[in-house]
Design a protein around this ligand. Structure first.
Ligand code: APR
Ligand code: PHB
Length: 387
């Protein structure tokens, strides 16, 4: 088999890249180790920057997003028993963010490929890649075969095989002494806007998926076993962490799904070696507090699609040569913001009383100062300059 661009991984990065390349008349083949039902069901992020929405809409996969996406103009920081609204749109010249689950984007992108196209191969595991004589070795139905190509896009996530094929990478990593227990619940959200809550008991986040489905998260110990969290314990802990002095109430209901995700910051530099280009979680991870992971994955492949378009059109390598640096500027801005939001809002078990008081003072400042709130808003909506 031969194609122009071989893409490892059918997450949002790989699928959108294949879609953007097709619009430019460039052929690609996506190889995905899991089956289609699995990638369409996997619960992940859900907050889209306006730039992300614009690209999905502009490339013809925004129809359901426009119908079902929930536009947000602000968020709430909650601490000390009270809520403090950050008016995101007001502070960023009218920009908004949109709630639309990553799983829905994945479904829309899979549905958008041409009926006759064999561009996505599920249950096809990439075994190794050769960045210099560009090709991908994969296993499908028990047979090992090779896909020859001009370029390889490593969109195979944090645990994929592409990143190790970049020699001499500089790895930057930080683990946090906490994880998120996330739930999807069959209950109308108790809030219109997201609530990021800091409490003595730890962080909690109230997000949503639709007018009928809530998505909530609790800070837990990374060693925590999800089996230790029956539904009633989860709801009672959420109620305690979201409690306000004015008696705000959290609606509860059947929990459809629960899982624990570790939190880490991670960047691999550079994001390119020879004909291999890394994109999305394969190259970088952010803790989810800043809602940046999905937006970064999408912004990487926009840069890559444009650079490949220029190369195929005119032979220029300028944009391809700049790919890693271009992406990493935005990646590091998001890394800093995500780290900042995470340390601002979580209860760090290593923290002493002094550190704890500093954190509260910082929260009060962000809630009270227009300059500090603007910093949060600009980064959250994806409008921060990247120099
Ligand atoms: N061969 C083929 N496919 C693979 C292999 C392999 N060896 N290893 C991993 N994959 C697949 C995974 O099954 C997954 O479907 O690569 C895909 C990577 O997708 P994601 O992990 O979703 O990564 P990405 O597309 O970069 O999207 C990043 O996902 O983790 C969230 O918050 C993050 O929203 C962000 C987004
Ligand atoms: C989500 O809705 O899943 C979500 C929203 C905001 C975050 C993280 C996750 O910061």
């Amino acid at each position: 088999m031969r194609t122009q661009v071989a893409i490892a991984g059918a997450g949002p990065a790989g699928l959108l890249l294949s879609h953007l390349l097709r619009l430019r008349g460039i052929d690609s083949v996506v190889l995905e180790s899991r089956d289609r039902a699995y990638v369409e069901r996997r619960q992940r992020a859900g907050m889209l920057e306006q730039g992300t929405v614009d690209v999905l809409r502009g490339s013809g996969v925004g129809e359901r997003l426009d119908r079902e996406g929930l536009t947000h103009h602000g968020l709430e920081l909650r601490f000390g028993g009270a809520g403090h609204r950050i008016p995101l749109s007001e502070l960023t010249g009218g920009r908004t963010v949109t709630i639309y689950a990553q799983t829905e984007i994945v479904k829309d992108l899979i549905a958008a490929r041409p009926a006759a196209g064999g561009e996505i191969h599920f249950e096809t595991e990439v075994l190794s890649v050769d960045p210099s004589a560009p090709s991908v070795t994969y296993r499908r139905d028990g047979r090992v075969e090779t896909l020859e190509c001009d370029v390889i896009a490593g969109c195979d996530g944090f645990h994929g095989v592409c990143r190790p094929a970049v020699p001499d990478t500089r790895l930057h990593e930080r683990e946090f002494p906490f994880a998120w227990l996330g739930i999807l619940a069959d209950v109308p959200p108790s809030t219109d806007e997201l609530i990021y809550a800091y409490s003595e008991r730890g962080f909690a986040l109230h997000s949503l998926r639709s007018p009928k489905i809530s998505r909530l998260y609790l800070q837990v110990d990374p060693a925590e076993d999800v089996a230790a969290w029956p539904d009633e314990r989860i709801w009672s802990e959420l109620r305690a962490r979201f409690a306000t002095d004015d008696g705000w109430e959290l609606r509860d209901g059947p929990i459809l799904e629960k899982s624990i995700t570790p939190m880490r910051s991670f960047v691999a530099e550079p994001m390119r070696h020879d004909r291999l280009f890394l994109a999305g979680d394969a190259a970088h991870i952010v803790p989810p507090t800043g809602a940046k992971g999905l937006n970064l994955a999408i912004s990487d492949v926009i840069v890559l699609a444009e650079a490949l378009g220029a190369w195929y059109d005119s032979g220029t390598t300028e944009l391809l040569d700049a790919y890693s640096d271009t992406c990493l500027r935005r990646v590091w801005r998001a890394e800093h913001f995500s780290y900042w939001m995470t340390t601002l809002l979580h209860k760090d078990p290593r923290q002493d009383a002094f550190g704890h008081r500093l954190q509260l003072s910082h929260l009060e400042y962000v809630a009270a100062s227009k300059a500090a709130a603007t910093t949060l808003a600009e980064n959250y909506v994806g409008a921060a300059p990247t120099l």
